[in-house]
Design a binder for this molecule. Structure first.
Ligand code: NCD
Length: 360
């Protein structure tokens, strides 16, 4: 059984298969209307969401299936103290596939370890968001015709923006990708992505402080919102919130064929005057999200009993160490400790990727 917790849970071939199916669904919508008839998707959303939850719901409805679940954990047994793992053991008796969004990092990974049905991570804390990644890949493919060879600028909140983390991980498997990181110092990309993804795979990246200086080079500009809800310090938030705003003057510096993406919601980082520009792809991206989720749900159900599409939670290491992240599931619930040690000796928590100092 295949779960989608991290973008790399899908091989490159599986990712391309889902993106290609998304394109076919767009071309032949009626062909897929009964694909998931009598199947049920449970949406377990422990954190606010508009488009991701509705996108999943709409995707399952368009496949002829049904949807159940909750969008506010206060209405579920969680308020009685039920663990994530117990909740999915129970919901797995009612649904064929589960999409989970959680404010606790690693919660979907903990869920996948015990779930009788495929788990889809619909966003965990500031960690990962693999279905937004599939949406982004399909959008880049449709806007530019290819993913290999692109120069992509990520702008805004690269520290807390989980969509950025996941997309960079996925892009690392394509050829000749150049990444430009456009962010204030407070919101720079976490080191684990720079070291474990970019450096290891050899993705070239550079860090700059303005959109203008790199705009002419970009094939894709990936804008993000400053994630106020993840800031601990309001003053720090106020200092950075207006930086890095995209307007028509900056668009004038861009290539005639480029695409502006944004996972949405936007706050003020893209002025409304940009919306009419044909290169503004963010509302088309929302629609692609529904089609790619249709493709994902049908593939996960199709692959459920196929050993060729299996999934493993990663090593449960014998080394001792403590995850320093208070927002990680391993510090919130009683789950098996999982530490990943890479070739260079760096140890990371498998749930949230925080760096761990090993105790001897
Ligand atoms: C993003 C998210 O939830 O991580 N939105 C989304 O899924 N479409 C980005 C954000 O909240 O800023």
């Amino acid at each position: 059984m295949k779960h989608l917790i991290d973008p790399t849970d899908l091989s490159k071939a599986e990712t391309d298969e889902i993106v290609a199916l998304g394109e076919d669904i767009i071309r032949n919508r009626e062909k897929y209307y009964d694909r998931c008839a009598h199947r049920k998707l449970a949406t377990l959303f422990y954190e606010p969401s508009t488009r991701t939850r509705l996108s999943f719901t709409s995707a399952m409805m368009e496949l002829g299936g049904n949807v159940l679940g909750f969008s506010d954990a206060r209405n579920s047994s969680v308020s009685k103290g039920e663990t994530v793992q117990d909740t999915v053991r129970v919901v797995g008796c009612f649904a064929d596939v589960i999409a989970m969004r959680h404010y606790i990092e690693g919660a979907p990974l903990a869920a996948a370890q015990v779930s009788p049905v495929p788990i889809i991570n619909a966003g965990d804390g500031s960690h990962s968001h693999p279905t937004q990644t599939l949406t982004d890949l399909l959008t880049i493919k449709r806007e530019l015709g290819h993913i290999d060879g692109i120069t992509i600028g990520f702008c805004g909140d690269l520290r807390f923006g989980r969509t950025v983390h996941s997309l960079i991980k996925a892009l690392a498997r394509y050829n000749d990708i150049k990444v430009i990181l456009i962010a204030p110092d407070e919101l720079r990309l976490p080191d684990y992505i720079k070291q474990d993804v970019c450096d290891r795979v050899g993705i070239s990246y550079r860090e700059v402080h303005t959109i203008e200086e790199v705009m002419p080079e970009l094939d894709v500009l990936y804008m993000t919102r400053v994630q106020k809800e993840r800031f601990l310090d309001e003053d720090e938030f106020d200092r950075v919130k207006d930086a890095f705003v995209l307007d028509a003057a900056k668009m004038a510096l861009a290539k005639p064929k480029m695409a502006v993406l944004h996972p949405l919601p936007r706050v003020n980082e893209i002025l409304p005057e940009v919306d009419a520009d044909p290169r503004a792809a963010y509302f088309r991206q929302v629609e692609n999200g529904k089609f790619v989720r249709m493709a994902l749900i049908s593939k996960l159900l199709e692959w459920k009993d196929d050993p060729a599409h299996d999934w493993a939670p990663g090593p449960s290491s014998e080394v001792a160490g403590r995850c320093p992240n208070p927002k990680c599931i391993c510090n919130c619930e009683n789950v098996e400790k999982r530490i990943r040690v890479s070739e260079d000796g760096t140890a990371r928590c498998a749930y949230c990727d925080a760096k761990i100092s090993l105790s001897l």
